[in-house]
Design a protein. Sequence first.
Length: 259
Amino acid sequence: MSPQDPVVPVRGAPCWVSLMARDLKAAQVFYSAVLGWRFRPASLGDEFSVAVSDGEPVAGIGALAPSFQVAVAWTSYFAVNDADDTAARIRERGATVAVGPLKLGPGRAALAADRDGATFGFWEGQTMAWSVGHGSAPACLELRTRDAFEAAIFYAEVFDWAAEEPGGCDVTYEHDQVIVSDGTHMVAALRGGAVEAAPDPRVRPRWHVYFPVRDIEAVTAAAVAAGGTVTPIIPNPDGTGVQSVIRDPDGGLFTVTAL
């Protein structure tokens, strides 16, 4: 199977990440300089592109409509069997479905926010071969939120995490965080302690995307040279490797990690 072949993702697992930028060309220049990505057209039109690294699709970048006055941010998408059922579950639990579900290319997608305001997406349908923790795809997704256990209950009810039916994600508690795995490896972590009222988006509840890099010093230097800002390089919470948070020129936040 080639990296571009469509696959049916594990139910409830992260299946894609995307960034909506104010200037698509400028965003492509930045991420090419910082992460070495190349870009190819997407099936969704001229305002969307697929980032490719080492021959594999790793992320999507699109252009925000000028009329959309929203913050630029990376969005994590989770695989679902039925987008309408997922949207209903989200609303029933006091959270928000902001957009969709809408037909997009080969599937259906929607954007939502959990009860603490962390934004996420969900996708019904086939995806490109892509898996957290493999190759150049994101190394991990992490939700930093007010109460990791309460959030875990919400997402488990929405995405059927820890359900008895086969083909879904498992949930465990390790090192003061909730770990989500797809049966073979960790795909997401939920950690408590964020203050939802804080003005800094790095503190407010949000899903963080971690991209793997080989040389974190070179990557952070390239980010500064390309107009971004970076935080000091620090050890990863689990003690393996190091990380740094980068803000692109549009304000999109992501984390790079070197193991």
